[in-house]
Design a protein around this ligand. Sequence first.
Ligand code: UGA
Length: 431
Amino acid sequence: MNVCVIGTGYVGLVTGATFADLGNEVICVDKDESKIERLKRAEMPIYEPGLEEIVRRNMEEGRISFTTDIAEGVKRSLVIFIAVGTPPKDNGETDLSQVESVAKEIAYHMDSYKIVVNKSTVPVGTGDLVRRIIEQHRRRQVDFDVVSNPEFLKEGSAVYDSMHPDRIVIGAPSQHVAMALLELYAPLEVPMLITDVESAEMIKYASNAFLATKISFINAIANICEKAGADVMLVAKGMGYDKRIGHEFLQAGLGFGGSCFPKDTLSLRHVTRKFGEDSSLLDAVLAINEDRVPRFVRRIEQRFAGDVSGKTFGILGLAFKPNTDDLREAKSLEIIRLLQEKGARIRAYDPVAMENAKAVLENVTFSKSAYDAAEGTDAVIIVTDWNEFKLLNLEKLREKMRQPIIFDGRNIYQPERVRKYGFEYFSIGRP
Ligand code: UGA
């Protein structure tokens, strides 16, 4: 099938690569010329394990190409995916301007029947909006349909998730239109659910908000554990064996960051209020999350008798989670800002996010390894649970430090083990 994907961010690029790998002819469109130039040389604009290899292979076999010319993409394809950014506005509402402008361009260049698929995360009602925009702006009276096909991939495992999704959701105006999408996804052999457009849009937001709720829930439990002398890791484990609860997304820590959970929960809250409904559940999920870093920093301050000025901290991990170089809503930025405001000095290390971090952080000494980041510090702070931090040589780490103190925001160590090496160890929700 001829497929066009508009937008070459995480979702667009990975979706394009996946469809090409399944044997389709894919044309990826982006208005960012330098990005397209790089992609034509098979250079990835993002760090994502396995992505470069799959793009390169499909380019060599002629199944994926890149262009800034949206007209070419639209004319050549039956199915057109919209995968552009949907950032939040100040009031939490989703900014749909990129989706709207792409819809106009599609309308402008359509010369035969098209299936326009919303893959960007968009609030309920956007499918209808896109349909109205195309109706208003099409230059020829050609037919089209608008489908919602939300994406559930995670950064850091995007290629795997895209090839092995738990389910495919297709929100289509008719069974006939849904069939075209079913055909596209059939080789993946995974459960597919066909719904109306609005339900598919809601499934995406409800799923992300539910996962965010799980994280805030376990973080609220962690707060109680700290006071009660219980261990949140054991509590989560014990809860997770209940099949109705499950083990995933019950990792207590610094809360959820990234480009999705914070923005999507805010957007769902905005939609909830817009419909005049009670948003208190989502209010709580967001409030708990917003307090994670301030609470953690208060703990650090307490250890230094309320004054961290002149102290040096080694930050391990800058990316919002492991296996990505993405710093959007990364807890590291918030922790560093708060500590710097209180007069602390910062050394930092991340396996892949250093270049991105240099562009946004000031007065930080960037180190070449975790040990280097620990050099002369009063404490090391674990912010991202990269695998390489889990097996650090703790003796070597301690020797580098001025004071052997670890604040572990992701509970990557066993407290007894770290203490055996002579560290004072603070973690989340554990005695
Ligand atoms: C999330 C969803 O997991 C994907 O299904 C979805 O497609 C995507 O958003 C999206 O809407 O595009 P992502 O933001 O890449 O994916 O990352 P997650 O692995 O879900 O992690 C989000 C945040 O939650 C991270 O900051 C992570 O550290 C935190 N988290 C995750 C926890 O604090 N505890 C957990 O148990 C799990």
